[in-house]
Design a protein around this ligand. Structure first.
Ligand SMILES: [Zn+2]
Length: 232
């Protein structure tokens, strides 16, 4: 039995209501919404102001851990971390970094599935802030519009560069593709390794996590089979 004073979160999925404590949500890698949970004031501060603030806070974390910030090797770390957070590994939080994508007519009348496989990405687990790395495979069947192949990679990278959970990353990429390509016929498969599982916690170095989204025409055994054959 849970203690009655423990704060519980309720998550509804497939009409099943489950209750979790905040700690359990993090360690079991559950997630609560499709949207990345951002506050309304998330972009009130400029990127520069954020970097300065993060550098000073990260410096404090290092100091609390007893590290000597006068050491030449450590001195620059708070600034480096802040710059890396805002400009690189979490840059996908900021909508202004969203890739601009031009849509073209499907001139070749190619109407079978297009698969872009093995898109390498790096992300970070939002529960532990340690890397998630893996490969994304994305596919779509054109509704009359197409986009440049490299844009598929850019969409994956953009959503990967946020604190993430793999299920949300999968769905965010699928949603974006559906919106841009104006079709339900998109599929996304992600196979990734979570360092919070391999380097800490249960320390399982061999497992990977696979998530998938099959929309529209992809959601049939034949199409799933065809797609999986291409991915072999
Ligand atoms: Zn984690």
């Amino acid at each position: 039995m849970r203690e009655s004073n423990t704060m519980l979160y309720r998550i509804e999925e497939n009409n099943l209501l489950s209750e979790f404590t905040i700690e359990e949500i993090g360690d079991d890698h559950l997630f609560s919404s499709l949207e990345t949970p951002l506050r309304k004031d998330a972009f009130m501060m400029s990127s520069q102001e954020k970097k300065e603030k993060i550098a000073s806070l990260f410096k404090e974390i290092m100091q609390v851990m007893g590290l000597d910030l006068n050491d030449d090797s450590l001195k620059g770390t708070p600034k480096r971390v802040a710059k890396m957070y805002i400009d690189e590994i979490f840059s996908g939080l900021d909508p202004k970094n969203k890739p601009k994508i031009a849509l073209f007519d499907n001139k070749y009348q190619y109407n079978q599935m297009l698969v872009e496989k093995n898109i390498q990405f790096y992300s970070n687990c939002e529960h532990h802030f340690v890397p998630i790395m893996g490969k994304a495979h994305v596919a779509y069947i054109s509704s009359g519009k197409v986009i440049g192949l490299s844009k598929l990679n850019r969409i994956v990278q953009y959503y990967a560069q946020r604190p993430q959970v793999q299920e949300r990353l999968t769905n965010q990429i699928a949603n974006e593709l559906k919106t841009i390509l104006q079709t339900e016929n998109v599929a996304v498969i992600i196979d990734a390794k979570h360092l919070c599982v391999s380097s800490r916690g249960v320390k399982d170095d061999s497992s990977t996590t696979i998530t998938s989204y099959y929309g529209g025409e992809f959601n049939t055994p034949e199409k799933i089979n065809e797609l999986q054959n291409y991915l072999k």
